[in-house]
Design a protein around this ligand. Structure first.
Ligand SMILES: [Zn+2]
Length: 69
């Protein structure tokens, strides 16, 4: 009865990556955010009005966007 009441979603390709037991929970969460294009990049923070340095935190060369990362 319980499984019949639960919504059924199609399985996604990245499911096995997130369920792998040797991957740390933090990295699973970051992967989950990245797959959904919800990483807190500079361009997304600027859209909601948060002022942060615009340069990429890793290379400092350009605006930090999802595509750049
Ligand atoms: Zn960079």
């Amino acid at each position: 009865m319980y499984t019949n009441l639960m919504p059924q979603y199609p399985k996604v390709e990245w499911r096995s990556c997130t369920l792998h037991s040797c991957v740390h929970q933090r990295f699973k969460f970051i992967l989950w955010l990245a797959v959904q294009n919800r990483l807190e990049t500079v361009d997304r923070l600027m859209k909601i009005g948060i002022q942060v340095p615009t340069d990429c935190a890793f290379c400092g060369a350009t605006l930090e966007t999802f595509d750049h990362l």
